[in-house]
Write a protein that binds this ligand. Structure first.
Ligand SMILES: [Cu+2]
Length: 112
């Protein structure tokens, strides 16, 4: 009985981590299912940070076609030269795709 309680508490301790992982996987899978729609649809975003060393853009984005709600997050970019086209506070329209588990900007238009 003592052993059962111990293993239950281990499961309880791990449960939040599992829940997070499962949520992440579902999110990624959802994105993959709708890859075609994601490719086509441009979403409004605001550049928060340009990280040339990491090849990443932090974007405050509207809701994405893959179901991700509006939030601020880092995206990889398909073409590193795009990091030279934008700066902090730049308004953009972009399309993103989940590429090998990393949300990646696959189209980017600078808003004047
Ligand atoms: Cu996001």
């Amino acid at each position: 009985m003592k052993k059962l309680i111990a293993s239950l508490s281990v499961i309880a301790a791990l449960a939040p981590a599992f829940a997070l992982a499962a949520d992440h996987d579902m999110h990624a899978g959802h994105g993959a299912m709708h890859a075609d729609a994601a490719q086509a649809a441009l979403v409004d975003g605001l550049v928060k940070k340009v990280d040339k060393a990491a090849g990443k853009l932090t974007i405050s984005h509207d809701a994405l076609p893959n179901g991700m709600p509006a939030m601020t997050m880092a995206f990889k970019v398909k073409d590193a030269s795009w990091l030279d086209k934008v700066k902090d506070g730049q308004k953009i329209r972009f399309a993103s795709e989940n590429i090998n588990g990393a949300m990646t900007v696959v189209r980017l238009e600078v808003q004047k």
